[in-house]
Write a protein that binds this ligand. Structure first.
Ligand SMILES: Nc1ncnc2c1ncn2[C@@H]1O[C@H](COP(=O)(O)OP(=O)(O)O)[C@@H](O)[C@H]1O
Ligand SMILES: O=P(O)(O)OC[C@H](O)CO
Length: 494
């Protein structure tokens, strides 16, 4: 009987379940979108039960459609949208409130207050993160302060907090754990000592009793309830989706870089075994921990990547599907001076401006929906180029290529423009589901499906390479214009 690893990729907009064989080949995939809730401007929520039900449904669907017996699944690996905060009742397993999604800005003022109180540097030094509403700590504090009775229950040990990995593992197996890569995104974790940090817990007013146990990224943490799939399958790999994608892209050596074009854009560079601090407002984060060794990454996070295209579809209605954006954008030779700053939920790295808002500049009577579509795609690339500039300044090693993945990396026009702006090749692998692949590799290493990281790295193959074709003067001129647009969108929301 052929064996597989089942990867669960719980993203911001969809849940996916993907089967991989020993060659790292994708052998089946099922995906389901689930509802996004925007109850107030700047707020983004998910129903934790939507997350779980969609994830379970696609996992069962892929096994059914591929005629796979659950005993053929050697292990499950989980990759998840990070930072999104879930709190549930330990006794009933019922969430006490909607999940606060990573994009949610409701705690921006709390971050401002901590900054004004001089706490930002200490937080960054311990956690490797910028003080921002993006991370879980202030979201968890908000839930404990606003859900009636939550704080008292939390202090009595009756509530459990988790990021989406914890929530899924809890529903799958009853364990309350999180892996080091997800813990590193809570802003409660000391990335140097690799444990929850008492100073940060005190600073954010978080009772220790709500926290999950921290585990490594590649180890058996529990078995699925047999009723779920018809077998008790080990859950053996967990990583935040961006760390998983970095692992799946085989960026295992210092200096290697990947950029994921999903809902947001996340550029990560491998740092080695030491957490190097950024001087350019990037994040230092835990990549993964395997066999007692921790690998660290440098990260630039952009909040609106492919979601900008979703807005063209759902907000403006100028395309019917995300894939249509490429033909529409390609129907004009350039954006004709139109720039879009997709700061719909503020700006992430390297600006960290919670009060920036989206803007369109340079509109004229000749501007069409095609120019706007082109400006939207270009904005994704401009934002990623800013990340790379910051990374180049931080890194001792010059970057030689960027490995691309994520839904919007299917877009050739975007990939070419990205290579033009970066001035280095952008390479797209054969398997673009690298997030799921990374989770599968982490789980597979734990159960002996694969033996070494070298074996995994050898499976990476290039599907297409985009070489830069823009002169450096033009590149500099475009980036300068982009900077002007960014400046004008900043500090808008009062
Ligand atoms: N051909 C395309 N061109 C540009 N964007 C695309 C294309 N196809 C999908 N997308 C965008 O990619 C995103 C989905 O990517 P995915 O990696 O599945 O995201 P996530 O894991 O964040 O849910 C959506 O925001 C969608 O608009
Ligand atoms: O849902 P994605 O794939 O865009 O990833 C979300 C990130 O993990 C947020 O930090």
């Amino acid at each position: 009987m052929k064996k597989y690893i089942l990867a669960l990729d719980q993203g911001t907009t969809s849940s996916r379940a993907i089967l991989f064989d020993r060659e790292g080949q994708l052998c089946g995939c099922a995906a389901q979108e689930f509802p996004q809730h925007f109850p107030h401007p700047g707020w983004v929520e998910h129903d934790p039960l939507d997350i779980w039900n969609s994830q379970l449904a696609v996992a069962r669907q892929v096994l059914r459609e591929q005629h796979i017996d659950p005993h053929q699944i050697l292990a499950i690996g989980i990759a998840n949208q990070r930072e999104t905060t879930v709190v549930w009742d330990r006794k009933t397993g019922v969430p006490v409130a909607p999940a606060i999604v990573w994009q949610d800005r409701r705690t921006a003022e709390l971050c401002d207050a901590l900054r004004a109180d001089g706490k930002a540097k200490k937080i960054t030094d311990i956690s490797g993160l910028e003080l921002d509403a993006y991370f879980s700590a202030t979201k968890l504090k908000w839930l404990l302060d606003h859900v009636p009775g939550a704080r008292q229950k939390a202090e009595r040990g009756e509530l459990a907090f988790g990021t989406v990995d914890s929530w899924l593992v809890y529903k799958l197996s009853g364990q309350h754990v999180t892996d080091v890569s997800n813990a590193a995104r809570t802003m409660l974790f000391n990335i140097h000592l690799m444990r929850w940090d008492y100073d940060l817990l005190h600073l954010f007013g978080i009772p220790e009793a709500v926290l999950p146990q921290v585990v490594s990224s590649s180890e058996e943490v529990g078995h699925t309830h047999p009723g779920l799939f018809g077998a008790a399958i080990p859950v053996a790999g967990i990583a935040g989706d961006q760390q998983a994608a970095t692992f799946g892209q085989a960026c295992h050596r210092p200096g290697m870089v990947k950029n994921t074009y999903g809902t947001g854009c996340f550029m990560l560079m491998h740092l080695g075994r030491q957490p190097v601090a950024s001087h350019n407002r990037l994040l230092t984060t835990v990549g993964w921990r395997i066999d007692g060794e921790t690998d660290y990454l440098l990260e630039g996070s952009v909040f609106m990547g492919g979601a900008t295209v979703q807005w063209l579809r759902d907000g403006l209605g100028i395309i019917q599907s995300s894939a249509e954006v490429e033909a529409l954008a390609a129907s004009v030779p350039d954006s004709d001076g139109v720039f879009m700053v997709p700061a719909f939920v503020g700006l992430g790295a390297p600006h960290w401006d919670a009060y920036a808002r989206g803007a369109l500049f340079g509109l004229s009577r000749g501007s069409t929906r095609a120019h706007i579509a082109r400006a939207a795609l270009e904005a994704i690339a401009y934002q990623s180029a800013e990340l790379m500039t910051a990374m180049q300044k931080d890194a001792a090693i010059p970057l030689t290529e960027v490995r691309a993945d994520g839904g919007a990396a299917r877009n050739d026009l975007l990939m070419q423009f990205q290579a033009d702006l970066l001035g280095v090749p952008v390479v797209r692998p054969r398997v673009t589901e690298t997030t799921a692949l990374g989770a599968a590799y982490l789980a597979g290493l734990a159960v002996g499906f694969w033996d070494t990281q070298e074996e995994i790295a050898a499976q990476w193959t290039c599907q297409r390479r985009f070489d830069p074709a823009m002169g450096s003067d033009q590149r500099a001129a475009r980036m300068a214009r982009w900077s002007q647009a960014i400046d004008r969108s900043r500090n808008w929301q009062s």
